[in-house]
Design a protein around this ligand. Structure first.
Ligand SMILES: Nc1ncnc2c1ncn2[C@@H]1O[C@H](COP(=O)(O)OP(=O)(O)OP(=O)(O)O)[C@@H](O)[C@H]1O
Length: 307
């Protein structure tokens, strides 16, 4: 596989519509061989950012570069970046296959590649029917096939999980994982972290056009913790503390210990002659984290049209 993923570098990117600042000095990077979740609530500025990256909207200030070049500077744009921004923009009277063939012909891609791609995205039969009758999930798959026509090293997908059923989402996860393992740069936007948390390696979270958080999904999960219940929480807390393990008591009497080393906790409890009634990893609820990061500040929920 020859796919060459290039980094996406966004620097001070800003877009104003009149006095309304849709994207506000955004700076972030998205790397080859990684799947980046580009996240934010409705109206955060995700689509506007992706449209600037793809040369469809002119930035008011700042730059959005692909391997150091603006989209309009790329020598072979279709072979460099594939994008699926909207799942609805297909001619309803044309079959999915014909739609791809038209796009393929315009960019020097063979009909054979079209059929391969339809097979790859799982709609070889449906693609012979008119796109007007497609379900949202089928349109998503067709959009994905269109984005992959030029075998690009960078793939930009706006809300690709929208309209997919659980099986479709599982399929998409595996498919994107495979494409990223080939070294491609993959960007997936979503307004729901829970929808993509199992798919992405990195996250860029924005709200009101501004950067809120950038990092790995592991960083967002935070340090590992364990919940443990015993007959005498204070005694166990003391035993843990003497082994340099911080533990806090919850209202229900269980302790939350700052480690995922269950064996160590078990051994320390045994040493203190304390029974263990419960010992489980504390799962971070990323949707709550996401909500807390963006909560109460969404300009689109304040009433009135921001435009
Ligand atoms: N052409 C435009 N003219 C005026 N305002 C616009 C225009 N395009 C987008 N906006 C506004 O910019 C803000 C960001 O929109 P954008 O579509 O980028 O958000 P988003 O994060 O993709 O949201 P969603 O998840 O709802 O698709 C919104 O308040 C939107 O109304």
């Amino acid at each position: 596989m020859t796919a060459t993923g290039r980094p996406i570098q966004i620097d001070g990117l800003t877009k104003s519509f009149g006095s309304f600042v849709a994207v506000d000095q955004l700076t972030c990077t998205m790397s080859p061989g990684r799947i980046t979740g580009f996240l934010g609530p409705n109206g955060a500025g995700k689509t506007t950012t992706l449209r600037m990256l793809l040369g469809l909207v002119r930035p008011t200030a700042g730059t959005a570069l692909i391997g150091g070049e603006r989209y309009d500077q790329l020598a072979n744009p279709l072979q460099t970046v594939g994008a699926a921004l909207e799942a609805t923009s297909f001619h309803p009277g044309r079959t999915g296959r014909d739609h791809l063939r038209v796009l393929a012909a315009a960019s020097g891609v063979s009909d054979q590649r079209v059929d391969e791609l339809l097979e790859l995205v799982g709609i070889p039969a449906a693609a012979r029917k008119r796109a007007g009758g497609y379900s949202m999930g089928m349109r998503q798959r067709l959009g994905l096939a269109a984005a992959l026509l030029g075998d690009p090293g960078v793939l930009v997908l706006d809300e690709p999980a929208n309209g997919l059923d659980p099986e479709g989402i599982r399929w998409l996860r595996g498919f994107l994982r495979h494409l990223s393992s080939e070294g491609r740069t993959i960007v997936v936007s979503s307004h729901m972290l829970s929808e993509v948390q199992q798919t992405v390696d990195d996250v860029v979270i924005i709200n009101n056009g501004r950067m809120i958080r950038q990092g790995t999904i592991a960083e967002l999960h935070g340090a590992p913790r364990t919940r443990v219940r015993t007959s005498d929480s204070a005694a166990l807390q003391e035993a843990l503390r003497s082994a340099d393990l911080a533990a806090t008591a919850g209202p229900d009497g269980a302790l939350v210990v700052e480690t995922d080393d269950h064996v160590r906790i078990g051994d320390l409890a045994l040493g203190a002659r304390l029974p263990i009634y419960e010992l489980v990893a504390v799962q971070t609820d990323l949707e709550t984290t996401f909500f807390e990061l963006t909560e109460g500040t969404n300009r689109n929920l304040e009433g009135g049209d921001p435009r």
